[in-house]
Design a binder for this molecule. Structure first.
Ligand code: DP6
Length: 398
């Protein structure tokens, strides 16, 4: 049996300038440009293997061990048909190539983090899907070209095709041919950017991003101001801050943009609430930490859910964790990253004059709202891998 396989891993990205709003739902064209940081795949990644064979009777997709019906959904099919078109062009130029574009695909994908964490897995998932098929098809397109395809799967997925610091340029054209991801700054240019994700416990599922942003576009007046004036200015400023490695400016813009995005959610009608009480306490804590040191050492940002992502520089880890480890040491996740000696070091950095500050302005039981902490950093884009989730003799998941 002739089975061709390829595997790729792709990262999660967390926006520092948020994508919120579509001007074209079909093509996933945004109402504003956005910027994100790609996180390390050591901690968060999707691994996707794809196989093509003339013997497969249908396109099939397995996600975290379970076969999914989503392979037939419009967004996945949009990605598959664009990739098949590009493969067909290659096959047209070189007739000796096997006609992979005409064969069905088996796609097997796994995340290395629990889906229960409520972390946006669709970005990593669609980026891995597109990058894996591009590898299988031996496509020569650039990452920006592929990002336009991944965008159609999930908007934010286009940014996961690059490592480091990434912009999604909204573009102007109706066909979306200029709405793509580009590199703002590589991982090597600012490698000491770290991230701590505070996974906030929450029983109920939020309004999905797709539904939420449609409602905001339709009903929020504040949103109009955001896309017309606020984001365009911030987009330029944030690219400047990243290139200048100006953490203070980067942090200010990141926090303000998270707040602005959530304000437009509150201004939607009926309002959408993504942050909960724990999220709000984390915001307060970050401002308190920055005030205590009289220096901006941490920035928070929240997506369409209550989880907090904190950005900070490696050199400020001790200062930040003097607070964060003190408050969240009971939460799972520290031992995976740090030795007991290092953890004791964080405790020893805790200064006694922090106690009254915390007592006066913060709920010391804040840790009860957090289910785990993921300690990570900025990372690279999609990677080719020999790890394979598909049995080559059968074309089925291993
Ligand atoms: C709040 O990319 O998940 O995380 O394009 O409808 O799939 P769809 O939406 P999605 O939205 C992400 C929204 C966000 C902000 C961001 O990542 O920029």
């Amino acid at each position: 049996m002739s089975i061709h396989v390829a595997s790729v891993t792709a990262p999660v990205n967390i926006a520092t300038l948020k994508y919120w709003g579509k001007r074209d739902k079909q093509l996933n064209l945004p109402t504003n440009s956005s910027i994100s940081v790609t996180l390390s795949q050591d901690d968060l990644r999707a691994l996707t293997s794809v196989a093509a064979s003339p013997t497969f009777t249908a396109d099939r997709l397995w996600l975290n061990g379970k076969e999914e019906a989503t392979v037939s959904n419009e967004r996945t099919q949009a990605c598959l048909s664009e990739l098949r078109k590009l493969r067909q062009e290659l096959e047209g130029k070189d007739t000796k190539l096997p006609k992979l574009s005409q064969w069905n695909l088996h796609i097997v994908s796994e995340n290395n983090f629990p889906t229960a964490a409520g972390l946006a897995s669709s970005a990593a998932g669609f980026a891995a899907l597109v990058a894996a098929i591009a590898k299988l098809y031996k496509l020569e397109q650039s990452m920006s070209d592929l990002s336009r395809i991944a965008r159609q799967g999930s908007g934010s997925a286009c940014r996961s095709l690059f490592g480091g610091f990434v912009a999604w340029e909204m573009g102007e054209k109706q066909d979306g041919s200029d709405s793509q991801a580009v590199q703002v700054s590589t991982l090597d240019q600012w490698p000491n950017m770290k991230a701590a994700i505070l996974v906030v416990s929450q029983a109920k599922k939020d309004t999905s991003s797709t539904t939420g942003m449609q409602l905001t576009v339709k009903t929020s007046d504040l949103f109009k101001e955001r896309v017309a004036h606020v984001v365009p200015k911030r987009f330029i400023e944030m690219k400047g801050a990243i290139n200048a490695k100006d953490f203070e400016k980067f942090a200010e813009l990141t926090m303000k943009d998270s707040n602005s995005f959530h304000a437009t959610c509150l201004d939607s009608f009926p309002p959408i609430f993504y942050m909960n009480d724990t999220s709000k306490k984390i915001i307060k804590l970050c401002h308190l930490i920055n005030e205590f040191y009289k220096e901006t050492i941490v920035a928070y940002t929240f997506d369409a859910g209550p989880n907090a992502v904190l950005y900070y520089l490696e050199e400020n880890e001790g200062k930040l964790f003097a607070f964060v480890y003190h408050l969240f040491n009971k939460v799972e996740g520290w031992e995976k990253k740090y030795s007991q000696d290092q953890l004791n070091q964080f405790s020893s950095l805790f200064e006694d004059d922090i106690v009254p500050i915390l007592k006066n302005s913060l709920d010391e039981e804040i840790y009860k709202g957090i289910s785990r902490i993921i300690l990570t950093k900025v990372g690279p884009g999609p990677q080719s891998t020999n790890e394979c989730l598909i049995e080559e003799s059968t074309g089925l998941p291993k």
